[in-house]
Design a protein around this ligand. Structure first.
Ligand code: B12
Ligand code: SF4
Ligand code: SF4
Length: 258
């Protein structure tokens, strides 16, 4: 039964254009820092993890184009998540809930907005889609690091796909060397603040500093601040959601690029 359902789910997801997918029993999902899945969806039994190829846009030094490739992927993935969730509900009378690429995510002081409700990397590992590299990202056997994940959680009972036991990272060190902020220097940990400073120069930290300074400035200076391109970039990043200005650790990894 489980295999039949998995086959139909796989066929449907691939017909949408999803590059690869894997299934994990909820009991095989282990992400120590993330909330319990049952606190989100008490009846959850399985995770269907969808994998999408990052476009070559990430290679561009033009950060609008690089981010636009991600936005295209994010928009596409929303449609795939929704369609697959409805497929499960319609065809199998299951209940389904979707997990996005990045946001919305909990914005709490304890987690600094850096721990999502569901860790899609840990879900991908549990679903046999890859394993962690030195950059703390998941490497897929064919797509390498140029892969992004979403998840559909369901109360359907499905068995986990076999894990990838062979380590895919070759420890070449390119990701560590290419990180402009030294965020990967310590093995097994991404220094979130160092990454954020480079990756999101117009993110929440910059936003808070800008508005604090604005509130303390005389009116003429405030007018200058709003006329400055720094504010315009802040405005654009905010209206996109988050704008990433660094894809280095993702794009330099040679696995799957030969
Ligand atoms: C918040 C977030 C961030 C934050 C904080 C990252 C963080 N805390 O891990 C910031 C802004 C820094 C960030 C940066 C980036 N992110 Co981000 N991010 C997320 C998000 C939304 C949540 C991550 C989370 O909950 N982490 C908290 C917990 C789960 O992590 P943790 O317990 O601390 O575990 C970490 C370490 O302990 C270690 N680790 C844990 N177990 C193991 C086991 C082994 C063997 C090893 C070696 C390491 C290891 O790796 C984990 C990640 O750092 C996810 C999407 C999602 N919903 O999961 C995307 C996600 C992780 N981001 C992604 C990407 C691509 C990026 C960036 C390249 C930015 C960009 N341009 O896109 C950088 C890469 C930074 C890096 N090398 O780690 C992708 C990664 C895809 C992949 N192939 O793995 C994800 C999965 C988005 C997606 N849906 O595909 N991100
Ligand atoms: S996204 Fe950039 S700053 Fe962040 S860890 Fe990767 S290389 Fe470093
Ligand atoms: S760039 Fe090299 S060290 Fe970094 S994850 Fe890829 S193979 Fe591993």
């Amino acid at each position: 039964m489980s295999d039949d359902v998995k086959e139909r789910v796989g066929e449907f997801a691939r017909s949408l254009g999803v590059e690869d997918l894997g299934v994990a029993a909820a009991s095989d999902y282990r992400s120590p820092r993330s909330p319990e899945l049952s606190s989100i969806f008490p009846e959850v039994k399985s995770l269907v993890v969808l994998a999408y190829k990052e476009l070559a846009s990430c290679d561009s030094d033009n950060m609008q184009i690089a981010m636009n490739g991600r936005l295209d992927l994010m928009e596409f993935s929303r449609s795939c998540n929704y369609k697959l969730a409805r497929f499960l509900e319609r065809e199998f009378e299951a209940r389904a809930m979707t997990v996005p690429v990045s946001y919305p995510l909990p914005m709490t002081r304890e987690t600094l907005g850096a721990v999502a409700d569901v860790s899609t990397r840990h879900a991908a590992v549990a679903a046999g889609l890859g394993n962690f590299g030195r950059h703390n990202l998941v490497i897929h056997p064919e797509m390498g690091t140029r892969v992004i994940f979403t998840v559909v959680m369901t109360d359907l009972e499905l068995s986990s796909d076999p894990p990838i036991t062979e380590r895919l990272c070759t420890d070449c060190g390119d990701c560590v060397d290419s990180c402009p902020g030294g965020a990967l220097d310590e093995e097994g940990k991404t220094d979130v603040l160092k990454c954020l400073r480079n990756n999101q120069p117009y993110g929440i930290g910059a936003n808070i500093r800008f508005w604090s300074r604005f509130a303390e400035s005389p009116v003429t200076e405030q007018q200058d601040m709003l006329a400055d391109e720094f504010y315009w970039k802040l405005y654009q990043a905010g209206s996109i959601g988050f704008q990433y200005f660094c894809f280095n650790c993702l794009k330099v990894c040679p696995i799957g690029q030969e």
